[in-house]
Design a protein around this ligand. Structure first.
Ligand SMILES: *[C@@H]1O[C@H](CO)[C@@H](O)[C@H](O)[C@H]1NC(C)=O
Length: 386
Protein backbone atom coordinates (compact mmCIF):
# COMPACT_ATOMS: atom_id res chain seq x y z
CA UNK A 1 0.00 0.00 0.00
CA UNK A 2 2.66 2.44 1.06
CA UNK A 3 5.00 1.42 -1.74
CA UNK A 4 2.19 1.84 -4.27
CA UNK A 5 1.62 5.26 -2.86
CA UNK A 6 5.27 6.20 -2.98
CA UNK A 7 5.67 5.04 -6.56
CA UNK A 8 2.56 6.86 -7.71
CA UNK A 9 3.77 9.86 -5.78
CA UNK A 10 7.12 9.73 -7.59
CA UNK A 11 5.25 9.59 -10.85
CA UNK A 12 3.27 12.65 -9.88
CA UNK A 13 6.45 14.39 -8.80
CA UNK A 14 8.05 13.70 -12.15
CA UNK A 15 5.07 15.10 -13.95
CA UNK A 16 4.25 18.08 -11.82
CA UNK A 17 7.41 18.83 -9.89
CA UNK A 18 8.40 21.70 -12.13
CA UNK A 19 5.02 23.36 -12.24
CA UNK A 20 4.67 26.54 -10.26
CA UNK A 21 2.46 26.32 -7.23
CA UNK A 22 -0.69 28.30 -7.05
CA UNK A 23 -2.59 27.56 -3.90
CA UNK A 24 -6.06 28.04 -5.24
CA UNK A 25 -7.64 26.94 -8.45
CA UNK A 26 -9.15 30.39 -8.90
CA UNK A 27 -5.74 32.00 -8.56
CA UNK A 28 -6.42 33.52 -5.15
CA UNK A 29 -2.88 32.96 -4.12
CA UNK A 30 0.30 32.87 -5.97
CA UNK A 31 3.44 32.03 -4.15
CA UNK A 32 5.65 30.54 -6.79
CA UNK A 33 8.15 27.83 -6.18
CA UNK A 34 9.71 24.90 -7.91
CA UNK A 35 9.58 21.75 -5.86
CA UNK A 36 12.27 19.10 -6.15
CA UNK A 37 11.45 15.40 -5.61
CA UNK A 38 13.33 15.53 -2.31
CA UNK A 39 11.18 18.42 -1.13
CA UNK A 40 8.13 16.43 -2.08
CA UNK A 41 9.17 13.44 0.00
CA UNK A 42 9.83 15.62 3.02
CA UNK A 43 6.51 17.29 2.44
CA UNK A 44 4.79 13.91 2.22
CA UNK A 45 6.28 12.98 5.58
CA UNK A 46 5.00 16.22 6.98
CA UNK A 47 1.59 15.54 5.46
CA UNK A 48 1.49 12.14 7.16
CA UNK A 49 2.26 13.86 10.46
CA UNK A 50 -0.52 16.35 9.81
CA UNK A 51 -2.97 13.55 8.91
CA UNK A 52 -2.14 11.68 12.12
CA UNK A 53 -2.52 14.83 14.21
CA UNK A 54 -5.92 15.56 12.73
CA UNK A 55 -7.12 11.96 12.52
CA UNK A 56 -7.55 12.36 8.79
CA UNK A 57 -7.79 9.51 6.31
CA UNK A 58 -8.86 9.43 2.68
CA UNK A 59 -10.91 6.78 0.88
CA UNK A 60 -8.58 6.34 -2.10
CA UNK A 61 -4.97 6.90 -3.03
CA UNK A 62 -6.10 9.36 -5.71
CA UNK A 63 -7.97 11.41 -3.11
CA UNK A 64 -4.99 11.30 -0.80
CA UNK A 65 -2.69 12.59 -3.54
CA UNK A 66 -5.14 15.32 -4.39
CA UNK A 67 -5.32 16.35 -0.71
CA UNK A 68 -1.54 16.17 -0.47
CA UNK A 69 -1.22 18.52 -3.39
CA UNK A 70 -3.57 21.06 -1.78
CA UNK A 71 -1.83 20.68 1.57
CA UNK A 72 1.55 21.23 -0.07
CA UNK A 73 0.39 24.42 -1.78
CA UNK A 74 -1.17 25.73 1.42
CA UNK A 75 1.95 24.98 3.46
CA UNK A 76 4.13 26.73 0.89
CA UNK A 77 1.84 29.73 0.98
CA UNK A 78 1.81 29.81 4.80
CA UNK A 79 5.59 29.59 5.04
CA UNK A 80 6.25 32.14 2.32
CA UNK A 81 3.77 34.58 3.88
CA UNK A 82 5.32 34.20 7.34
CA UNK A 83 8.85 34.59 5.96
CA UNK A 84 7.95 37.68 4.00
CA UNK A 85 7.57 39.63 7.25
CA UNK A 86 4.97 42.10 6.05
CA UNK A 87 1.95 40.47 7.70
CA UNK A 88 1.04 41.83 11.14
CA UNK A 89 0.01 38.31 12.14
CA UNK A 90 1.19 34.76 11.65
CA UNK A 91 -0.32 31.95 9.62
CA UNK A 92 -0.12 28.29 10.52
CA UNK A 93 -1.30 24.82 9.71
CA UNK A 94 -4.65 23.77 11.12
CA UNK A 95 -7.54 21.43 10.38
CA UNK A 96 -8.21 23.34 7.13
CA UNK A 97 -4.78 22.88 5.53
CA UNK A 98 -5.94 20.17 3.10
CA UNK A 99 -8.78 22.33 1.76
CA UNK A 100 -8.75 24.77 -1.13
CA UNK A 101 -10.10 28.19 -0.27
CA UNK A 102 -13.32 27.45 -2.15
CA UNK A 103 -13.84 24.22 -0.21
CA UNK A 104 -13.08 25.97 3.05
CA UNK A 105 -15.66 28.68 2.38
CA UNK A 106 -18.27 26.13 1.33
CA UNK A 107 -17.81 23.94 4.38
CA UNK A 108 -17.06 26.34 7.20
CA UNK A 109 -18.80 29.60 6.45
CA UNK A 110 -22.45 30.22 5.63
CA UNK A 111 -24.14 31.54 2.55
CA UNK A 112 -23.85 35.31 2.39
CA UNK A 113 -26.39 37.30 4.36
CA UNK A 114 -28.72 39.00 1.90
CA UNK A 115 -28.24 42.78 1.85
CA UNK A 116 -32.03 43.15 2.18
CA UNK A 117 -31.82 41.38 5.56
CA UNK A 118 -29.47 43.97 6.97
CA UNK A 119 -30.84 46.64 9.24
CA UNK A 120 -30.23 50.04 7.76
CA UNK A 121 -28.87 52.24 10.46
CA UNK A 122 -26.93 54.77 8.50
CA UNK A 123 -26.13 58.19 9.83
CA UNK A 124 -29.15 59.82 11.54
CA UNK A 125 -31.58 57.12 10.46
CA UNK A 126 -33.18 55.10 13.17
CA UNK A 127 -35.24 52.12 12.25
CA UNK A 128 -36.87 49.57 14.47
CA UNK A 129 -36.91 46.22 12.75
CA UNK A 130 -38.59 43.05 13.85
CA UNK A 131 -38.32 42.97 17.62
CA UNK A 132 -35.00 44.80 17.73
CA UNK A 133 -34.30 48.37 18.60
CA UNK A 134 -31.54 50.17 16.79
CA UNK A 135 -29.47 52.36 19.03
CA UNK A 136 -30.18 55.88 18.03
CA UNK A 137 -28.32 58.75 16.53
CA UNK A 138 -24.96 59.50 15.05
CA UNK A 139 -21.79 57.60 15.62
CA UNK A 140 -20.99 59.10 18.99
CA UNK A 141 -17.74 58.56 20.85
CA UNK A 142 -17.87 55.96 23.58
CA UNK A 143 -18.24 57.42 27.10
CA UNK A 144 -14.93 58.27 28.78
CA UNK A 145 -15.50 55.73 31.51
CA UNK A 146 -15.49 52.84 29.05
CA UNK A 147 -12.58 50.65 30.17
CA UNK A 148 -9.31 50.72 28.28
CA UNK A 149 -9.58 47.01 27.77
CA UNK A 150 -11.83 44.13 28.74
CA UNK A 151 -11.90 40.42 28.08
CA UNK A 152 -15.05 38.63 29.20
CA UNK A 153 -13.31 35.29 28.68
CA UNK A 154 -10.66 36.19 31.28
CA UNK A 155 -13.49 37.25 33.58
CA UNK A 156 -15.00 33.75 33.38
CA UNK A 157 -18.09 34.85 31.45
CA UNK A 158 -17.48 32.99 28.20
CA UNK A 159 -17.93 29.24 27.63
CA UNK A 160 -15.25 27.16 25.96
CA UNK A 161 -14.81 27.62 22.24
CA UNK A 162 -17.10 25.25 20.37
CA UNK A 163 -16.67 23.55 17.01
CA UNK A 164 -19.11 23.69 14.12
CA UNK A 165 -17.43 20.57 12.77
CA UNK A 166 -16.86 19.51 9.22
CA UNK A 167 -19.90 20.51 7.28
CA UNK A 168 -22.36 22.76 9.12
CA UNK A 169 -22.22 26.50 8.31
CA UNK A 170 -24.33 27.54 11.29
CA UNK A 171 -21.84 30.13 12.57
CA UNK A 172 -24.86 32.38 13.25
CA UNK A 173 -26.21 29.88 15.82
CA UNK A 174 -22.84 29.65 17.55
CA UNK A 175 -22.41 33.43 17.71
CA UNK A 176 -25.98 33.90 18.97
CA UNK A 177 -25.64 31.21 21.64
CA UNK A 178 -22.22 32.50 22.76
CA UNK A 179 -23.69 35.95 23.40
CA UNK A 180 -26.75 34.54 25.21
CA UNK A 181 -24.53 32.40 27.45
CA UNK A 182 -22.38 35.40 28.35
CA UNK A 183 -25.27 37.84 28.76
CA UNK A 184 -26.87 35.44 31.22
CA UNK A 185 -23.66 34.86 33.18
CA UNK A 186 -22.99 38.60 33.47
CA UNK A 187 -26.57 39.55 34.37
CA UNK A 188 -26.95 36.79 36.98
CA UNK A 189 -23.41 36.86 38.32
CA UNK A 190 -22.91 33.16 37.60
CA UNK A 191 -20.75 30.98 35.40
CA UNK A 192 -21.97 30.86 31.82
CA UNK A 193 -24.39 28.02 31.06
CA UNK A 194 -23.58 25.90 28.00
CA UNK A 195 -26.57 26.34 25.70
CA UNK A 196 -27.84 24.55 22.61
CA UNK A 197 -26.93 25.55 19.06
CA UNK A 198 -28.65 22.44 17.74
CA UNK A 199 -32.03 23.64 18.96
CA UNK A 200 -31.62 26.78 16.84
CA UNK A 201 -30.36 24.80 13.84
CA UNK A 202 -33.29 22.36 13.99
CA UNK A 203 -36.18 24.46 15.27
CA UNK A 204 -35.62 28.17 14.47
CA UNK A 205 -37.72 28.65 11.35
CA UNK A 206 -36.57 32.27 10.93
CA UNK A 207 -33.15 30.95 9.97
CA UNK A 208 -31.86 28.28 7.66
CA UNK A 209 -29.94 25.78 9.78
CA UNK A 210 -26.52 24.83 8.48
CA UNK A 211 -26.81 27.19 5.51
CA UNK A 212 -27.40 30.76 6.66
CA UNK A 213 -28.96 32.70 9.50
CA UNK A 214 -28.90 35.92 11.48
CA UNK A 215 -28.24 36.32 15.18
CA UNK A 216 -31.13 38.80 15.45
CA UNK A 217 -33.51 36.15 14.08
CA UNK A 218 -32.11 33.61 16.52
CA UNK A 219 -32.70 35.94 19.47
CA UNK A 220 -36.19 36.60 18.21
CA UNK A 221 -36.86 32.89 17.96
CA UNK A 222 -35.60 32.29 21.52
CA UNK A 223 -37.86 35.11 22.72
CA UNK A 224 -40.91 33.63 21.00
CA UNK A 225 -40.10 30.10 22.14
CA UNK A 226 -39.82 31.35 25.70
CA UNK A 227 -36.20 30.25 26.08
CA UNK A 228 -33.38 28.03 24.93
CA UNK A 229 -32.25 24.63 26.21
CA UNK A 230 -28.95 23.55 27.69
CA UNK A 231 -26.57 21.88 25.28
CA UNK A 232 -26.70 18.82 27.55
CA UNK A 233 -30.47 18.63 26.93
CA UNK A 234 -30.27 19.27 23.18
CA UNK A 235 -26.70 18.44 22.16
CA UNK A 236 -24.89 19.35 18.98
CA UNK A 237 -24.90 16.39 16.67
CA UNK A 238 -23.45 17.46 13.42
CA UNK A 239 -25.00 15.05 11.03
CA UNK A 240 -22.70 13.24 8.70
CA UNK A 241 -24.04 14.69 5.55
CA UNK A 242 -22.68 14.16 2.10
CA UNK A 243 -22.65 17.07 -0.27
CA UNK A 244 -25.75 15.57 -1.92
CA UNK A 245 -27.96 15.79 1.13
CA UNK A 246 -26.39 18.85 2.69
CA UNK A 247 -29.74 20.57 2.27
CA UNK A 248 -31.29 18.47 5.03
CA UNK A 249 -30.96 19.44 8.66
CA UNK A 250 -32.27 17.53 11.60
CA UNK A 251 -35.89 17.71 12.51
CA UNK A 252 -36.83 19.73 15.54
CA UNK A 253 -37.06 17.65 18.70
CA UNK A 254 -40.22 19.33 19.88
CA UNK A 255 -40.34 17.61 23.25
CA UNK A 256 -37.26 19.66 24.20
CA UNK A 257 -38.64 23.04 23.22
CA UNK A 258 -39.98 23.67 26.72
CA UNK A 259 -36.73 22.87 28.51
CA UNK A 260 -35.78 26.48 29.01
CA UNK A 261 -32.38 26.98 30.61
CA UNK A 262 -32.20 30.68 29.72
CA UNK A 263 -34.82 33.19 28.65
CA UNK A 264 -34.10 36.43 26.83
CA UNK A 265 -36.24 39.55 27.09
CA UNK A 266 -35.21 41.29 23.90
CA UNK A 267 -32.25 42.11 21.75
CA UNK A 268 -30.64 45.28 20.60
CA UNK A 269 -28.62 46.41 17.59
CA UNK A 270 -25.53 48.48 18.21
CA UNK A 271 -25.48 51.50 15.96
CA UNK A 272 -24.04 50.25 12.67
CA UNK A 273 -20.74 51.38 11.21
CA UNK A 274 -19.54 52.81 14.49
CA UNK A 275 -16.70 51.06 16.30
CA UNK A 276 -16.95 53.57 19.16
CA UNK A 277 -20.45 52.40 20.01
CA UNK A 278 -19.42 48.80 19.52
CA UNK A 279 -16.73 49.35 22.14
CA UNK A 280 -19.27 50.80 24.57
CA UNK A 281 -21.52 47.77 23.98
CA UNK A 282 -18.72 45.19 24.37
CA UNK A 283 -17.66 46.89 27.61
CA UNK A 284 -21.02 45.72 29.00
CA UNK A 285 -21.32 42.25 27.40
CA UNK A 286 -20.19 40.17 24.37
CA UNK A 287 -21.75 41.24 21.06
CA UNK A 288 -22.39 39.13 17.93
CA UNK A 289 -21.08 40.46 14.61
CA UNK A 290 -21.29 39.56 10.96
CA UNK A 291 -17.91 39.12 9.32
CA UNK A 292 -16.47 38.85 5.84
CA UNK A 293 -14.36 35.69 6.04
CA UNK A 294 -13.73 35.71 2.31
CA UNK A 295 -9.98 36.09 2.68
CA UNK A 296 -7.46 33.35 2.02
CA UNK A 297 -5.35 34.33 5.03
CA UNK A 298 -8.31 33.99 7.42
CA UNK A 299 -8.42 30.25 6.70
CA UNK A 300 -4.82 29.95 7.91
CA UNK A 301 -4.83 32.51 10.75
CA UNK A 302 -2.73 31.41 13.69
CA UNK A 303 -1.81 34.30 15.96
CA UNK A 304 -1.39 38.06 16.18
CA UNK A 305 -3.59 41.02 15.32
CA UNK A 306 -5.34 40.24 12.05
CA UNK A 307 -5.66 43.27 9.80
CA UNK A 308 -7.22 41.65 6.74
CA UNK A 309 -4.14 42.08 4.54
CA UNK A 310 -3.16 39.02 2.55
CA UNK A 311 -0.86 38.03 -0.32
CA UNK A 312 -2.20 37.72 -3.79
CA UNK A 313 0.28 36.82 -6.49
CA UNK A 314 3.14 37.89 -4.24
CA UNK A 315 1.63 41.32 -3.64
CA UNK A 316 0.24 42.30 -0.27
CA UNK A 317 -3.32 43.39 -0.84
CA UNK A 318 -6.26 44.29 1.33
CA UNK A 319 -7.72 44.92 3.75
CA UNK A 320 -10.41 42.26 3.51
CA UNK A 321 -13.66 43.12 1.78
CA UNK A 322 -16.84 43.85 3.75
CA UNK A 323 -19.48 42.66 1.34
CA UNK A 324 -19.35 38.86 1.64
CA UNK A 325 -20.94 38.60 5.08
CA UNK A 326 -20.60 34.83 5.27
CA UNK A 327 -19.45 34.40 8.82
CA UNK A 328 -20.42 35.40 12.36
CA UNK A 329 -18.46 35.56 15.58
CA UNK A 330 -18.90 36.86 19.12
CA UNK A 331 -16.78 39.84 20.12
CA UNK A 332 -15.92 39.09 23.75
CA UNK A 333 -13.50 41.90 24.47
CA UNK A 334 -11.09 44.49 23.16
CA UNK A 335 -7.86 46.19 24.00
CA UNK A 336 -6.94 49.83 23.54
CA UNK A 337 -8.85 53.01 22.91
CA UNK A 338 -8.02 56.54 21.84
CA UNK A 339 -4.63 56.95 20.21
CA UNK A 340 -3.07 53.71 21.31
CA UNK A 341 -0.76 52.03 18.88
CA UNK A 342 -2.19 48.56 18.94
CA UNK A 343 -5.92 48.26 19.31
CA UNK A 344 -7.85 45.08 18.71
CA UNK A 345 -11.10 43.25 19.21
CA UNK A 346 -11.10 39.76 20.73
CA UNK A 347 -13.44 37.47 18.80
CA UNK A 348 -14.59 34.02 19.83
CA UNK A 349 -14.91 31.80 16.78
CA UNK A 350 -16.59 28.38 16.46
CA UNK A 351 -13.90 26.30 14.77
CA UNK A 352 -12.65 24.55 17.91
CA UNK A 353 -9.89 25.59 20.32
CA UNK A 354 -7.14 23.23 19.19
CA UNK A 355 -5.82 24.36 15.84
CA UNK A 356 -7.29 27.49 14.34
CA UNK A 357 -6.28 30.85 15.80
CA UNK A 358 -5.31 31.69 19.36
CA UNK A 359 -6.99 28.69 21.00
CA UNK A 360 -10.02 29.35 18.84
CA UNK A 361 -9.98 33.14 19.25
CA UNK A 362 -8.81 35.81 16.84
CA UNK A 363 -7.66 39.35 17.52
CA UNK A 364 -9.02 41.78 14.93
CA UNK A 365 -7.67 45.24 14.23
CA UNK A 366 -9.85 47.83 15.94
CA UNK A 367 -10.63 51.41 14.89
CA UNK A 368 -9.82 51.02 11.22
CA UNK A 369 -10.33 53.77 8.64
CA UNK A 370 -13.39 52.04 7.15
CA UNK A 371 -16.49 52.84 9.27
CA UNK A 372 -17.76 49.32 8.57
CA UNK A 373 -14.93 48.00 10.73
CA UNK A 374 -12.42 45.33 9.76
CA UNK A 375 -14.05 42.90 7.29
CA UNK A 376 -17.46 44.48 8.03
CA UNK A 377 -17.56 43.61 11.73
CA UNK A 378 -19.20 46.94 12.63
CA UNK A 379 -21.96 46.69 10.01
CA UNK A 380 -24.58 44.98 12.15
CA UNK A 381 -23.53 44.15 15.71
CA UNK A 382 -26.33 42.85 17.89
CA UNK A 383 -26.71 41.45 21.40
CA UNK A 384 -29.38 39.82 23.58
CA UNK A 385 -30.76 41.17 26.85
CA UNK A 386 -31.68 38.47 29.37
C1 LIG B 1 -29.18 23.76 32.60
O1 LIG B 1 -27.91 23.51 33.14
C2 LIG B 1 -27.68 24.12 34.40
C3 LIG B 1 -26.24 23.90 34.77
O2 LIG B 1 -25.91 22.55 34.66
C4 LIG B 1 -28.66 23.60 35.42
O3 LIG B 1 -28.46 24.22 36.68
C5 LIG B 1 -30.08 23.86 34.94
O4 LIG B 1 -31.00 23.30 35.83
C6 LIG B 1 -30.29 23.29 33.54
N1 LIG B 1 -31.59 23.74 33.07
C7 LIG B 1 -32.42 22.99 32.35
C8 LIG B 1 -33.74 23.56 32.02
O5 LIG B 1 -32.12 21.86 31.96
Amino acid sequence: MLSTLVSSLLLVVTLTGVLPYVASSSGDVGVLSNGSPGDHLLMMERFHGWMAKHGRSYPTVEEKLRRFDIYHRNVMFIEAANLDGRLTYTLGENQFTDLTHEEFLAKHTSRPVAPSDLVRNEEETVITTRAGVVEEGKCKAAPDNVPHSINWADLGKVTEVKDQGEICGACWAFAAVATIESAYAIAKGVEPPVLSEQELIDCDQFDDGCRVGLMSNAYQWVQRNGGIANASTYPYHERLQTSQNKEKDGTCEEAKLREHAVTIRRYKYVRGNCEQQLMAAVAARPVAVLFDAHNYCFQHYKTGVYNGMCFHEEKLIGPCTSDHLTHSMAIVGYSGKGNDEEKYWIAKNSWGDNWWGEEGYIRLKKDVADPRGLCGLAIEPVYPIV
